[in-house]
Each structure stands twice: as structure tokens, then as C-alpha cells.
Write a protein that binds this ligand. Structure first.
Ligand SMILES: *[C@@H]1O[C@H](CO)[C@@H](O)[C@H](O)[C@H]1NC(C)=O
Ligand SMILES: *[C@@H]1O[C@H](CO)[C@@H](O)[C@H](O)[C@H]1NC(C)=O
Ligand SMILES: *[C@@H]1O[C@H](CO)[C@@H](O)[C@H](O)[C@H]1NC(C)=O
Ligand SMILES: *[C@@H]1O[C@H](CO)[C@@H](O)[C@H](O)[C@H]1NC(C)=O
Ligand SMILES: *[C@@H]1O[C@H](CO)[C@@H](O)[C@H](O)[C@H]1NC(C)=O
Ligand SMILES: *[C@@H]1O[C@H](CO)[C@@H](O)[C@H](O)[C@H]1NC(C)=O
Ligand SMILES: *[C@@H]1O[C@H](CO)[C@@H](O)[C@H](O)[C@H]1NC(C)=O
Ligand SMILES: *[C@@H]1O[C@H](CO)[C@@H](O)[C@H](O)[C@H]1NC(C)=O
Ligand SMILES: *[C@@H]1O[C@H](CO)[C@@H](O)[C@H](O)[C@H]1NC(C)=O
Ligand SMILES: *[C@@H]1O[C@H](CO)[C@@H](O)[C@H](O)[C@H]1NC(C)=O
Ligand SMILES: *[C@@H]1O[C@H](CO)[C@@H](O)[C@H](O)[C@H]1NC(C)=O
Ligand SMILES: *[C@@H]1O[C@H](CO)[C@@H](O)[C@H](O)[C@H]1NC(C)=O
Length: 674
């Protein structure tokens, strides 16, 4: 949950709490307030290491009114706790069983704390509880069956709550007749096949759960679902069995399962108001049905990493609200239809890794909102389209790697001032590298806007936090770095001639520059050292000559360097970060180069022994490894991979927000007699 979202929620929930209290107080015994204080103090005492700021230790102090304690909300007239919200307070410890004595509690949020131990079974005493959020804690043990007694519970979030494989039984749900949002991960469900749940959910998310391999019947019975996410749960049904048949479904999110079979021909009748269709990483085959085009509400469609074949239907141009389309890594062939220009809301277009041919249609110039175009790894041919530079002025990422484009790089590309990633590698491009590449201001460091690098704000939910989430599974601490790495220029493996324009050295934001495997001549630009962000520089397999500019040693972040197989001569510069790149293969194939790390000594004794600061080298060495990992995440796997997962989290977060939001909103309208 983002800070912003949290703020909205708090606003609504605290508003809500005031009102609910009025309703609740009338029927309540009034002498239990000291018990509430005892319970809170018991909860505090189970927090072993208090939060870094010691908030509870200093704020929850005896002798002060517990209703003013941080995270505590009491009803207005009587000192009974109605809400306990300790979201992300850095708490560590267990949940005290006395929590079950806070009998007026309606909202309990302990999410994003490093809790351990199990959920106390006294929780089942909180019969007024409506919202329970234990997500991102680290609980263990069984979930108490008393959970099933919370007959007023509407919102249950135990996403990323349990470390071990905890089991859920029917009894856990026995009396949850008001449950409307259920978010769980990493649990095993042991339910009878014919179990009839007591609830009708509106939002359901099951992530990495064992639900028995088939699309569960109890899910089919949820006739009011608006959001359904079943991710990484090994469902191997056919798609028509797995597609949820609810007219109110707006988001269907079933990535990373083993779903088979074609997309049903009547999908638009099954899911008429869908906004989000996410079927990434399954075994779906067959062709794309025209029926998809009839879901006019579609905004996000991700069908990547399946076995889809056939052509892109001409009718896709009817999807005027479509913002994100990803068909990557299928077996789709044929051309991109002219009608694509009708899908003018498109911001993200991923067609990479298919068998598409022909030119990009000129009509695509109508899609002026495009931020990301990835058509890499196909068989597109012809000249690079000039119109991209004239119309697609919002482009951040243009990736046409591994196609059969020929002709010169059009100068119009230089008008794409927001471009951060340009990958033209592995084509048949001729002519020179345009000098005007130096004008690509998106590749220049802007010290003010470090976070501005992304093709931002897909639906307003694209932010650094999403990346933190994504990367948690892989490399937690890299979250903020990955955005840096999206500044990249790659024209390798073409037939480019001429010199490296010195103007390229203006691109101080580039983290990667690859000009290798071309026919470039002349010298390495003297001011190459100005490209301060450079982490990976590859100029190998050209005909570059002259000496290596000494400024190369100013590239203090460089971790990958390849100058091999050119005609470079003279002494290899030394110093700083370069000193750590001591693999001779970096320079091999340049017979006239000399000096370390090559075995060939330089003739003149002009070498001042360079003092290597071991400490610095070692420290920087550590970073190198990190950055290499990062680079490989972004570059080798294709930066597209970064985007893959994100949308899922976005969708998930969005729904989470929505759920909270709606929960609060609903309460308000109910309490105001709406
Ligand atoms: C306090 O509440 C309890 C029940 O929780 C009740 O038995 C008792 O009579 C009450 N005491 C007073 C003084 O109201
Ligand atoms: C606890 O924090 C709340 C909110 O910041 C404040 O109003 C209250 O006075 C604090 N109480 C103590 C004892 O520090
Ligand atoms: C508080 O909770 C404990 C443990 O659940 C229980 O033994 C005790 O009776 C409760 N106290 C009151 C006053 O309800
Ligand atoms: C979480 O708490 C456990 C002990 O309960 C501790 O070993 C672990 O280091 C903590 N993790 C974090 C991230 O604070
Ligand atoms: C509260 O929960 C405990 C443990 O589940 C139970 O023994 C006790 O009877 C419950 N108290 C009330 C008042 O329901
Ligand atoms: C379920 O709730 C109803 C009232 O809401 C109550 O009468 C019933 O005893 C509860 N059943 C269980 C198993 O908690
Ligand atoms: C998928 O779920 C399995 C457990 O069912 C888990 O081990 C694995 O890490 C999950 N994969 C992802 C990508 O979340
Ligand atoms: C679908 O949504 C509409 C409008 O929100 C609502 O009136 C209707 O009851 C819902 N239908 C189902 C089956 O939940
Ligand atoms: C879609 O088609 C399948 C069979 O092809 C049929 O069973 C199902 O009822 C149809 N659904 C709708 C909503 O038309
Ligand atoms: C592309 O098509 C060729 C034949 O036309 C086929 O051999 C190849 O497997 C296809 N590649 C993919 C990725 O579908
Ligand atoms: C081009 O986009 C506009 C909206 O910007 C849309 O109204 C128009 O129909 C599109 N033209 C074509 C040929 O698709
Ligand atoms: C690239 O162009 C050369 C001739 O200029 C041609 O022989 C080769 O087949 C082309 N390669 C591709 C992948 O189109």
C-alpha cells in the first residue's frame, strides 16, 4: 500500500470509525474500558523489539488516555477501542492473546510488521471485526478455526502473512457470511469439492496457493466477483473452464498457471465489462479470437508467454480504450494490421518474440500516447519508420532488436526527446550513427528527477513501490536501482560505418552503450569519460583506432567494458574503476595495445606505477557485482521482463486500494442511511 493510498484509507476509515461508534455505543457495556487498556498494554508487551522510533514504548504510556495512543481509535462517546491500526510501524514480536478482549474492535491492521508466532485463537472473540489485515507479517503455525466465527468480517487480507505452508479448512470460513474481499497467498486449501461457501465475494486473490490443480467450484459459485486473481496456483484446466463466468468481473488475472486450450470464441459474452485480462505464462494455444475486440472496456491485455498462433486480428483497432497490450513470446505471425491506428489509447505495445513480418504500419502514428514499443525478436523488415520521430513523441522505450530492418537510422529518431532506451541491435542497418543522437535528452542525467526515468504511471499506479514489490522475490535492495538501468543505447550487430559521433558523450545518463559488431572507424571520443553513469560499454569488433582516451578512467561506475578486436594502440589507461577490470580479454585483438592487464609491456618507461587503493577497489568491486546482476536482469532478460511482473502487482495494488476504499465508502453510505 502506497503512502498516498494509506492516507486516503486513513481518511476514510477514521471518518468511518466516528460514525460506527455512534451506532455501537448505544448498546455497549461501559465498564470495559480499563480492560481495553490492559489489552493494549499486553499487546505492547509482546512487541519484543520495539519499532525503531520507539513509538509504542514512548507513546503508549500508562496514565495517559489510551484513546490518544498512536494507532488507536476509540468510539466518540465511550472509551472503547474500535480500531487498531499499526500498519508498518517496524514492530517485531507476537500478537498477544489479549487482543481478543478488544471486543469493540471493527478494524485491525497489523500489516507490514515483522510479527512471528501464530494468530491467537481469541481473535475469534472479536465478533464485531469487519476488517482484518495481517499482510506482510511473518506468522507461522495454524490459522485458528475461530477465525470462522467472525461473522461480521468483510475484508480479510493474509497476503504474505505465513512463512510455512499453512492449511485452510472449511471451518475457517464457517460463519464468514459477510466476507467480500479475500486476499491470501502461500496457503493450502483443503476443502470438499462440493463445499458451498457462506459468502459471495467481490474481490478474490489467491497467490501461490495450492487449490487442487483445477479451477475450484467454490470460486465458480462467486456470482458477484469483480476482481479475480489466481496466480501461480498450478491450475491446469482449459481456459474455458477457468474463465470466470461473472458478468460483473472487471479484472481477470490468472498468470503463471498451466491453463490450456484456446481463448473461447465467446469471451466477450462471458466477460462483457472486463478492464484487465491477464493470462501471462500459461499454455494457451489457438489464435486470437475476434471476440476479444468486442470487450470495449479492455484497458490491459497481457497474453504473453503462451502458445498463441495465427495473426493479430484486424479488429484490434476497435479497442479504443486499450492502454497496455502485450502479446510477447507467442507464435503469432503475419503483419501488424493497419487498423492498429484505431487503438489510439495504447501506451505500451509489446509484440516482441513472435514471428511477425512486414513493416510497421504507417497508421501506428495515430497512437501518439505510446510510451513503450517493443517489437524485438521478430522478422520485421524494411526501413526503420521515420514517422516514429514525428508522431510518437512520448516514446520512452523503442526496442526493435533482432529483426531484419535495413537502411539508415532515420534522423527523425533524434526528435524522441523522452527516449531512454533505444535498442536497434541485430538488424541490417547501414550508414552512420547520427550525430543528433546527442540531442536525446532523455538519456542525459537530470539530477533533479531521479525517479522520473520510468515510462511512468501506468494508470497512476506505476511507482517505485511497485518495483520494490516485484524485486522482493529477487533482489530486494535493488528496487530503486532498476529504474536507473533503463537508460540504454544499443546499435550493435549492424553494418554501421563512420566514426563514433563525439556528441554521444553528452548522454551522461546512459548506463549502457553498445556499438559493437559494426564497421565503425576513427577514434574513441576523447570525452568518453563524461558519460558518468556508464556501467557497461561495448565498442568491440569495429575498426576503431588511435589510443584509448585517458578519460575512460573517469567512468567510475563501469563494470563491463569491451574494446576487443579493433585497431587501438598505445598504453591502456589506468586508474580507479578501470583497475578492477583486469581481464585481458577486454583489450584482446588490438595488437598495438600495451600495458596491464595485457602481458605486453609498453616500450617507454613512462609508466608511473599506479597506486591502487585496495580498499576502494574492493568496495567498488562489491558494487560491480550488484550492478552486473542488475544489468543482466534488465538487459539479458530484456527490459520487457521488468514490465511483465509489474502490471500484476499494479493490478493487485489497485484492487487492494479499491477494496479498502469501497469498504470505507460503503460503510459511510450505510451509516448515513445510503
Ligand atoms: C462490568 O461488565 C461486566 C461484564 O463485562 C458485568 O458483569 C459487570 O456487572 C459490570 N460491572 C459494572 C460495575 O458495571
Ligand atoms: C501519542 O501520540 C499522539 C499522536 O501523535 C499524541 O496526540 C499523544 O499525545 C501521544 N501520547 C503520548 C503519551 O505521547
Ligand atoms: C482477557 O483475555 C484473556 C485471554 O484471552 C482472558 O483470560 C481474560 O478473561 C480476558 N479478560 C477479560 C476481562 O475479558
Ligand atoms: C524478524 O524477526 C525475526 C525474529 O522474530 C528476526 O530473526 C528477523 O531478523 C527479523 N527480520 C527483520 C527483517 O527485521
Ligand atoms: C475468548 O477466546 C478464548 C480463546 O478462544 C475463549 O476461551 C474465551 O471463552 C473467549 N471469550 C469470550 C468472552 O468469548
Ligand atoms: C454464526 O453466527 C450466528 C449469528 O451471526 C450465530 O448464531 C452462530 O452461532 C454462529 N456460528 C458459529 C459456528 O460461530
Ligand atoms: C509459485 O508457488 C510456489 C509454491 O506453490 C512457490 O514455491 C514459488 O516460489 C511461486 N513462484 C512465484 C514466482 O511466486
Ligand atoms: C453487478 O453490478 C451491479 C452494479 O454495481 C449490481 O447492481 C449487481 O447487483 C451486480 N450483479 C451481481 C451478480 O453481483
Ligand atoms: C460460451 O460458449 C460455451 C461453449 O462454447 C458455452 O458453454 C457457454 O455457455 C458460452 N457462454 C456464454 C456466456 O455465451
Ligand atoms: C516462426 O516461423 C517459422 C516458420 O515459418 C517456424 O519454423 C518458427 O518456429 C517460428 N518461430 C516462432 C517463434 O514461432
Ligand atoms: C486516430 O486517433 C483519433 C483519436 O486521437 C481517433 O479519433 C481516430 O479515429 C484515429 N484514426 C484512425 C484512422 O484510427
Ligand atoms: C543483411 O544484408 C546483407 C546484404 O547487405 C544480406 O546478405 C543479409 O542476408 C542481410 N541479413 C538479414 C538478416 O537480412
Amino acid at each position: 500500500m502506497g503512502k498516498e493510498a494509506a492516507a486516503i484509507i486513513f481518511l476514510f476509515l477514521s471518518f468511518y470509525s466516528l460514525e460506527i461508534f455512534v451506532a455501537a455505543a448505544a448498546t455497549s457495556p461501559l465498564n470495559s474500558s480499563t480492560d481495553d487498556e490492559h489489552s493494549l498494554l499486553a499487546i505492547k508487551s509482546h512487541i519484543i523489539t520495539s519499532d525503531p522510533n520507539n513509538i509504542l514504548a514512548s507513546n503508549w504510556s500508562v496514565g495517559t488516555d489510551f484513546c490518544t495512543w498512536i494507532g488507536v481509535t476509540c468510539s466518540r462517546k465511550h472509551p472503547r477501542v474500535t480500531e487498531l491500526d499499526l500498519y508498518n510501524m517496524g514492530l517485531q514480536g507476537t500478537i498477544a492473546k489479549e487482543i481478543g478482549n478488544l471486543s469493540f474492535l471493527t478494524i485491525l491492521i497489523l500489516a507490514n510488521n515483522n510479527l512471528s508466532g501464530s494468530i491467537p485463537s481469541s481473535l475469534g472473540n472479536l465478533t464485531k471485526l469487519e476488517l482484518l489485515d495481517l499482510s506482510y507479517t511473518r506468522l507461522s503455525g495454524e490459522i485458528p478455526l475461530s477465525l470462522g466465527q467472525l461473522s461480521n468480517l468483510e475484508y480479510l487480507d493474509i497476503y504474505h502473512s505465513f512463512l510455512d505452508c499453512t492449511v485452510m479448512f472449511e471451518d475457517h470460513f464457517s460463519n464468514l457470511s459477510k466476507l467480500s474481499t479475500l486476499v491470501v497467498s502461500s496457503l493450502k486449501f483443503k476443502l470438499r469439492l462440493d463445499w458451498v461457501p457462506p459468502f459471495q465475494l467481490r474481490q478474490l486473490a489467491l497467490v501461490s496457493c495450492d487449490i487442487g490443480g483445477q479451477f475450484p467450484q467454490w470460486v465458480q459459485m462467486q456470482k458477484e466477483l469483480e476482481y479475480l486473481q489466481i496466480e501461480n496456483c498450478s491450475i491446469s484446466d482449459t481456459l474455458s473452464n477457468s474463465i470466470y463466468n461473472s458478468k460483473n468481473l472487471t479484472a481477470l488475472y490468472l498468470p503463471n498457471n498451466h491453463i490450456q486450450g484456446p481463448i473461447p470464441n465467446n469471451i466477450s459474452r462471458m466477460l462483457p465489462i472486463l478492464d484487465v485480462l491477464y493470462l501471462e505464462k500459461n499454455h494457451i494455444n489457438g489464435s486470437l479470437p475476434d471476440s476479444l475486440c468486442e470487450i470495449k472496456s479492455l484497458q490491459v491485455m497481457d497474453l504473453s508467454e503462451n502458445h498463441l498462433s495465427g495473426n493479430i486480428p484486424g479488429c484490434f483497432g476497435n479497442l479504443q480504450g486499450l492502454e497496455f497490450m502485450k502479446l510477447s513470446s507467442n507464435e503469432i505471425s503475419g503483419i501488424v494490421p493497419n487498423s492498429i491506428g484505431g487503438a489510439y489509447s495504447l501506451e505500451w505495445l509489446h509484440l516482441n518474440n513472435n514471428n511477425l513480418t512486414g513493416k510497421l504500419p504507417y497508421t501506428m502514428k495515430n497512437c501518439t500516447k505510446l510510451k513503450v514499443v517493443d517489437i524485438g525478436d521478430n522478422m520485421f523488415s524494411g526501413n526503420l519508420p521515420k514517422w516514429t520521430g514525428n508522431y510518437l513523441l512520448d516514446l520512452r522505450v523503442l526496442r526493435i532488436r533482432n529483426n531484419k530492418f535495413n537502411g539508415q537510422i532515420p534522423l527523425e529518431v533524434c526528435q524522441l526527446l523522452k527516449l531512454q532506451m533505444l535498442d536497434l541491435a541485430n538488424n541490417n542497418l547501414t550508414g552512420g550513427i547520427p550525430n543528433c543522437f546527442g540531442n536525446l535528452s532523455g538519456m542525459v542525467v537530470n539530477p533533479k528527477s531521479n525517479n522520473d526515468h520510468f515510462p511512468t504511471n501506468y494508470g497512476g499506479y506505476w511507482n517505485a513501490e511497485s518495483f520494490t514489490e516485484i524485486l522482493k522475490g529477487q533482489e530486494r535492495e535493488y528496487s530503486d536501482k532498476i529504474s536507473r538501468l533503463l537508460v540504454y543505447l544499443d546499435v550493435s550487430n549492424n553494418i554501421l560505418v563512420g566514426e563514433i559521433p563525439w556528441e554521444l558523450t553528452r548522454l551522461s545518463g546512459l548506463h549502457g552503450l553498445n556499438l559493437s559488431h559494426n564497421h565503425l572507424v576513427g577514434k574513441i571520443p576523447e570525452r568518453i569519460g563524461d558519460m558518468k553513469s556508464m556501467e557497461s560499454l561495448d565498442l568491440s569488433d569495429n575498426n576503431l583506432s588511435g589510443t584509448i582516451p585517458h578519460s575512460l578512467s573517469d567512468l567510475s561506475s563501469i563494470s563491463h567494458l569491451n574494446l576487443s578486436h579493433n585497431n587501438l594502440s598505445g598504453k591502456i589507461p589506468t586508474g580507479r574503476q578501470l583497475q578492477t577490470l583486469d581481464n585481458p580479454s577486454i583489450y584482446e585483438g588490438n595488437p598495438q595495445l600495451c600495458g596491464a592487464p595485457l602481458p605486453k609491456k609498453c616500450e617507454e618507461a613512462s609508466m608511473v606505477p599506479s597506486i591502487t587503493n585496495n580498499l576502494v577497489a574492493a568496495n567498488e568491486g562489491d558494487n560491480i557485482i550488484d550492478d552486473k546482476v542488475l544489468l543482466s536482469i534488465v538487459i539479458i532478460s530484456g527490459f520487457a521482463t521488468g514490465f511483465l511482473g509489474v502490471i500484476g502487482v499494479l493490478v493487485f495494488n489497485k484492487s487492494w486500494r479499491q477494496a479498502y476504499f469501497e469498504f470505507a465508502e460503503e460503510k459511510i453510505s450505510r451509516l448515513f442511511g445510503g
